[in-house]
Write a protein that binds this ligand. Sequence first.
Ligand SMILES: Cc1cc2nc3c(=O)[nH]c(=O)nc-3n(C[C@H](O)[C@H](O)[C@H](O)COP(=O)(O)OP(=O)(O)OC[C@H]3O[C@@H](n4cnc5c(N)ncnc54)[C@H](O)[C@@H]3O)c2cc1C
Length: 344
Amino acid sequence: MSAQVDTEVIVVGAGVVGLATARALAQLGRDVIVLERHAIGHDGASSHGRSRMFRFSYPEQLWVQRAQEALPLWRALEAEAGEPLLKSTGSLDLGAVEGQRAALAACGARFELLNGGEVGSRWPITVTGGVPALFQPDGGMLRADAVVQALLASATSAGARVLEETAADAIESDPAGVRVGDLRAGVAVVAAGAWTPSLVALDAQPTRETSTYLSLVGEGEELPVVIDTTTTSQTGFEAYGVVSPGEGLKAGLHGSGQPADPDERGDPDEVIVAQTAAWATRRFRDASPEVLRAETCLYTNIADERFVVERRGRIVVGSACSGHGFKFAPLVGAQLAALAVETL
Ligand SMILES: Cc1cc2nc3c(=O)[nH]c(=O)nc-3n(C[C@H](O)[C@H](O)[C@H](O)COP(=O)(O)OP(=O)(O)OC[C@H]3O[C@@H](n4cnc5c(N)ncnc54)[C@H](O)[C@@H]3O)c2cc1C
């Protein structure tokens, strides 16, 4: 960046949250520039890959309600993109289901309690030993890479300018506005994922998580996304599985990663890969025990899996992660955009 450029809003970071924010701002008619220090869709942050889980099923009403609010926003993005982005095959909780049952009921969401036989007759999923199961039909699989491209296309067609390979090294702010390098704006939105604490004060701990991919017999077309808390007694972590379209099954142990410096590339944890593969082949009858590949992805952990969506003078901070932020991106993007506009 050489000459000074003025805009209304600078968004730092073009992961799913930054792009959703830029889209919302541009659709409000605001002039917005997004800075992304790598290429869109790069695999060194938190939004890459083919799939993420979408689910209403949480033990806290707050998250159920947020997912309910996010669902129509996903459908609107889908309609605009003209392609399917959220496949609603439902979500299946195994093990601890009482909190989810109560929260879903309080929020008026649909669900069914199933036994192992009922689960096994609906899907190629094995549940034995009286483990409780809760099926919620609005859950499903978000096509993560397609979502990122759809948000980018929507944001740019509404007028947002996206500068790839362009880092924000620091943000200076005063009562009149912000400066990022040679760029000046009325407000900056920091949506830099695991790098947010390097730009603004934030009590967050990045961890490097391991995702494991197994092949499936067939496409897993009808498989719900699965969260299984029964693994916590053996591994210390709940397990999850979600179809990775065209590839097989993506599985992991939620929150099992180690604290990490996001600037250092790390390798998958082989112990976690082995534990995940053992769980997935036990639960998913169509999963092959052979691991196709494993990759890492960053969580930005904040206490209580909370999101930070707040305004600090001329800077708006959006750290919507703690390992479960993708599903809420259009909602959080709209909230961050509203905070930014309030500041102008
Ligand atoms: C293994 C794994 C599984 C997950 N599963 C789910 C799931 O099933 N469902 C769900 O809802 N969520 C899930 N999540 C969480 C979800 O993916 C994240 O919450 C979400 O992707 C965070 O997006 P973000 O835009 O905040 O961050 P990021 O995607 O990390 O984007 C931040 C961007 O900012 C850029 N950047 C950083 N610093 C700068 C700078 N100084 N200047 C310019 N650019 C900068 C980075 O390069 C990056 O592209 C999962 C996460 C992981 C790791």
